[in-house]
Design a protein. Structure first.
Length: 575
């Protein structure tokens, strides 16, 4: 349209996506801030202490009402749905998702739901990137790149950490880092960071400057922190998946909201630090004010051991609070809760070392490294964790402990949980794109596109004469044998009847039923391409029937699959 090459036009689109994604983050953050101001405006401080216990319930109920009454469709978690759209929806995201996550998440988090805004921001930005690609008639590969640019821009705008945001797109969104993708990612990330700085100023999530230096003598304790981070990551992931799954079994959305909101209220009454995203608590810990965690709580104490017990309880109950918030119908992400839990873990771990006399360590340093450990374990994103914490601290003084703790946490949780919360359901269904080119191409292939249907079906009661008549009309040497309901009962090949097909004396006596045989394998129409390929390898067949709950759909051939695979691999691998 502008007499530009496609590559130059993609660069322009990446900047547009970055700017719009940055604006989306500004809108979400400012709206949440506005809601938080409104719900506390004019209330006496003592009254607000009790009202904040019911605020999350109100926010979740408003969210569910908006979804049921106005949106009418589920508002899925941001990053998993973006990954699903890339792998199974040709990187097409419906237009309503450009605003649905914004409208719903601001009420969930604004009213104190224990979730983050990163997931909804990524979902909103990804929808923007996808729809810009569709508007300019871009192909699948470009739309996928624009979704990656959007995710990068979203995190760059939130954390003002453009390098970590790019690493996130490569590590979590599964974009390949090539010459064709690097420059658009850089432009989108920088554009979003500039927009965020323009509207939000120099305000950042973490108000902290690294003071304490890394000491090599602390390295064994960082290694131990990595193991503990892996265990806590596994705990959070399992608890989250279990509780959200139990909530989903409740069919009434308002019942889910009521139960989850009330459970959240009980947790907040006992543990006020669980309120909201929790970044104020993280900043307090980083700036040496962690001892204030018990102030204005039922557990306010000067006893160091009771204080440590309270902090550990906050760590474990944060997983429940986040699970209740999202499982009950609230819209939010797990990015912020992961950082919160990591900071509390690092703080409590270092406080225990200092309290029990094992070692005099820097609590702020261990807090930061704990955040990286939980990110590496829960999100399965060790590189993102390392670069994010390094960027927000304004330097790379902690690079060595960040690398050790992140790597060990990731390795520990990987033993028991091969996939992250983001990808576990996609992996179960064989819909997860990875950096493994072969598996990625198989994931992108669509079985329904490769099914051939130009086969003449036969009845088991058909005679040899009727079969010969069908052979004369067919350009295929394979015939499905179906009963009256359309269910496959066998297959018949030309080789099976070649010796008798010209013996007219058998035309009325021999039935198809006596000639047919069972197929070596059967493919269900919803099976993954990995399973399809395994069945071809196992059977040695060149054609296999495709069924839909037993009913015949068509055949898929090995040669057609190979051809489609090669074409997609070429497209997937092009610069």
């Amino acid at each position: 349209m502008l007499n530009l090459s496609q590559r130059h036009f993609i660069l322009i689109l990446s900047v547009i996506v970055g700017l719009l994604s940055g604006l989306a983050v500004v809108v979400i953050k400012n709206t949440v801030h506005f809601i938080q101001k409104i719900i506390t405006l004019g209330f006496a401080e003592d009254l607000h202490k009790y009202l904040f216990v019911v605020y999350p319930l109100i926010g979740i109920l408003i969210t569910v009402f908006i979804i049921q009454r106005f949106i009418g469709r589920p508002v899925y978690p941001g990053i998993p749905f973006a990954l699903f759209s890339i792998s199974k929806r040709n990187s097409i995201i419906r237009r309503f998702r450009m605003f649905s996550s914004v409208i719903t998440s601001v009420f969930t988090v604004g009213f104190g739901g224990s979730a983050g805004l990163e997931g909804p921001s990524v979902m909103t930005s990804a929808a923007i990137g996808s729809n810009i690609g569709r508007a300019f008639k871009m192909n699948y590969k470009v739309r996928t790149l624009l979704i990656g640019c959007a995710a990068t821009a979203s995190l760059a705008a939130i954390f003002k950490a453009p390098v970590a945001a790019i690493v996130f797109a490569i590590e979590v969104i599964m974009l390949d880092l090539t010459t064709a993708s690097l420059i658009p990612l850089l432009l989108a990330s920088v554009s979003a960071a500039i927009i965020s700085s323009f509207f939000l100023g120099d305000d950042v999530l973490f108000h902290f400057t690294l003071v304490d230096q890394f000491r090599a003598s602390d390295l064994p304790f960082y290694l131990l922190l990595g193991v503990v981070s892996g265990v806590i990551s596994l705990y959070f992931s399992k608890i989250y998946l279990y509780i959200v799954g139990r909530f989903q079994s409740l069919k009434n959305p308002y019942k889910r909201a009521l139960i989850g909101g009330l459970l959240m209220g009980v947790l907040l009454l006992l543990f006020p630090p669980l309120y909201g995203e929790g970044y104020d608590i993280v900043n307090a810990i980083l700036n040496g004010k962690g001892d204030q965690l018990t102030q204005n709580t039922l557990f306010e104490t000067d006893n160091s051991y009771l204080f440590l017990l309270f902090v550990v309880m906050v760590l474990f109950f944060k997983a429940l609070a986040t699970s209740f918030t999202i499982g009950s119908g609230g819209v939010g992400g797990i990015f912020a809760p992961t950082l919160f839990m990591g900071s509390v873990l690092g703080f409590s771990f270092s406080r225990a070392l200092n309290l029990f006399g094992f070692k005099d360590v820097s609590e702020s340093n261990f807090t930061l490294v704990g955040m990286a450990g939980l990110m590496a374990g829960v999100l399965h994103a060790p590189l993102t964790a390392i670069f994010l914490i390094a960027e927000i601290t304004g330097g790379y003084e902690l690079f060595i402990p960040l690398m050790f703790t992140g790597a060990i946490a990731f390795t520990t949780v990987k033993i028991f949980m091969p996939h992250s919360i983001y990808t576990i359901e996609l992996a179960k269904r064989g819909e997860l794109i990875t950096h493994h080119k072969d598996k990625a191409v198989l994931t992108l292939m669509r079985l329904e596109k490769e099914i051939e249907k130009n086969f003449i079906p036969l009845s088991p009661d058909a005679t040899l004469g009727e079969l010969v008549n069908s052979i004369s009309k067919s350009n295929r040497n394979l015939f499905p044998v179906l009963d009256k309901s359309g269910f496959l009962v066998g297959i018949l090949t030309l080789d099976q009847v070649r010796d008798i097909m010209f013996d007219k004396s058998l035309y009325d006596d021999v039935k198809v039923e006596s000639l047919m045989e069972a197929p070596p394998e059967q493919i269900e129409v919803h099976e993954s391409m990995d399973t399809v390929v395994e069945k071809f390898e196992r059977s040695g067949a060149w054609n296999l029937p495709v069924l839909d709950n037993g009913k015949y759909v068509g055949f898929v051939s090995k040669s057609k699959l190979f051809s489609a695979y090669r074409n997609l691999l070429v497209e997937f691998s092009e610069e």
